[in-house]
Design a protein around this ligand. Structure first.
Ligand code: NDP
Ligand code: GDR
Length: 353
């Protein structure tokens, strides 16, 4: 283990990965601290099931208000929490949205990582303590792919403001490792999904629609480029890799992927057929979902992670699709029950499942 006291700070704890990682670290006996952002509505649905009243004894999950764009706030939290491990998962993580909000995306994703690294560096210098750092790098950095499959040494050619910001965050992490001898690692993770995936990412958009169409709550599903190819894994499997990277004596960068690639069309085919429907009867292409520059295909080579971190993905593509469809069918059934009973309630997310 990295340290005898295991205390993790997670940015992005309210997101898909942050919630799975918090569960994993609590199971491993860690004290877990998460950053949350102030907004007019609370966004802690994904972690409500593991959050306990801080007045109770033995509570090991703690939340702090902070934002990656606010370096002073990050420094304050790091000094307070004194983490042994920091997982930087916070991001404006939607690729299409990054074309609409490029400057904010660069701030939160790119400069945000730098703010956090600086806060850790200052804390290490002042306290003499060592902190291990995980950076959530992305397959989007490969963009217009230079080789197939992509591995740690494949050159980057990002195709969106998000991808460009992630390249900056990746290289500044490598730079801090080389310049200041920091224990900083980057996980270059390919797409990973789950029933907790945000509803505007394509897999969840599809499985939500499948459930709602099956229950008669929706007629059509409008998508963009359905010939895009992705290497999709299960988020619950991938957070284990983040943790394993920080348990290595030497920090390094790793591709995490399944090594299998499917199209959005194939995802639709499988998801609709799970409930006995033909996707061709419901899916329509709407160019509004096209991106100014598209990443046509991504396929990862996880050989290094398999060898050095002793890892194989546990969940197959079929299992992933079925898990998400089953969850969203259940959600749509509950939504229909409420609507039939006259409640004007829309269940926003199936994250408690
Ligand atoms: P989500 O979009 O589900 O979660 C993003 C999290 O970041 C949320 O908790 C969000 O908070 C938080 N956040 C957003 N902006 C800020 C900010 N300015 N300051 C602090 N926190 C912020 O993402 P995922 O869980 O899917 O992904 C986790 C990380 O991994 C991200 O960095 C993503 O870019 C990266 N990644 C994801 C992959 C995937 O396939 N899922 C693949 C490769 C990399 P709030 O709830 O308040 O919005
Ligand atoms: P991606 O995921 O851009 O790979 O980024 P997303 O699910 O948004 O898109 C995957 C592919 O599907 C195509 N697509 C659509 N996408 C969305 N969102 N909505 C649609 O209607 C639609 N129709 C077709 C896209 O064009 C794309 O080719 C995700 C995020 O989690 C990033 O944060 C992460 O870094 C990468 O995965 C790896």
């Amino acid at each position: 283990m990295a340290e005898s006291r295991n205390c993790a700070l997670i940015t992005g704890i309210t997101g898909q990965d942050g919630s799975y990682l918090a569960e994993l670290l609590l199971e491993k006996g860690y004290e877990v601290h998460g950053l949350i952002r102030r907004s007019s509505t609370f966004s802690t649905e994904r972690i409500d099931h593991i959050y306990a009243d801080p007045h109770e004894s033995g509570v090991r999950l703690h939340l702090h208000y902070a934002d990656l764009t606010d370096g002073a706030g990050l420094s304050r939290v790091i000094r307070e929490v004194k983490p042994t491990e920091v997982y930087n998962l916070g991001a404006q993580s939607h690729v299409r949205v990054s074309f609409d909000q490029p400057v904010y995306t660069a701030d939160a994703v790119g400069v945000g990582a730098l703010n956090l690294l600086e806060a850790i560096r200052d804390y290490q210098d002042l306290s003499g303590e060592k902190v291990r750092y995980y950076q959530a790098s992305s397959s989007e950095m490969f963009g217009k792919v230079a080789e197939v499959p992509q591995k740690e040494t494949t050159p980057f050619h990002p195709r969106s403001p998000y991808g460009v910001a992630k390249v900056y965050a990746h290289w500044i992490t490598v730079n801090y490792r080389e310049s200041y001898d920091m224990h900083a690692s980057c996980g270059i993770l390919f797409n990973h999904e789950s029933p907790r995936r945000g509803e505007t990412f394509v897999t969840r958009k599809i499985t939500r629609a499948v459930g709602r169409i099956k229950c008669g709550l929706q007629d059509k599903l409008y998508l963009g480029n359905i010939d895009a190819l992705r290497d999709w894994g299960f988020a619950g499997d991938y957070v284990e890799m983040m943790w394993r990277m920080l348990q290595q004596d030497t920090p390094d960068d790793y591709v995490v992927a399944t090594g299998e690639m499917y199209s959005v069309r194939q995802f639709c085919e499988k998801a609709f057929s799970r409930v006995g429907l033909n996707y061709e009867d419901y899916v329509e292409v709407d160019p509004r979902y096209y991106r100014p520059a598209e990443v046509e295909q991504l396929l990862g080579d996880p050989a290094k992670a398999k060898k050095q971190l002793d890892w194989v993905p546990q969940t197959s593509f079929d299992e992933l699709v079925n898990m998400m469809v089953d969850n969203d069918l259940d959600l749509a059934k509950r939504e229909k029950t409420l609507l039939d009973a006259g409640h004007n309630v829309s269940i926003q997310d199936g994250v408690r499942h």
